[in-house]
Design a protein around this ligand. Sequence first.
Ligand SMILES: [Ca+2]
Length: 80
Amino acid sequence: MTKALIILTGSLLSLATMAQKPSIEFNVLDANKDGLISKGEAQAEAKLSADFDKLDLNKDGLLSKAELAAFNDLEKTIKN
Ligand SMILES: [Ca+2]
């Protein structure tokens, strides 16, 4: 019984985590599915496009998943 409760609680927690998904979905932006967001792809999100150069930490003109995650973290920080 306790075990079932723990499993249930665990599922609820993962649901809660899923609800807090990143404000911007990497997979949605990555139109050509090459695993990187180009400047063109970033234009789908005005805010992301505006901050593109700031987020492109290694200045390769592309945003990696990690770089986008940094953007989403920043967004959360601003909201809180
Ligand atoms: Ca891409």
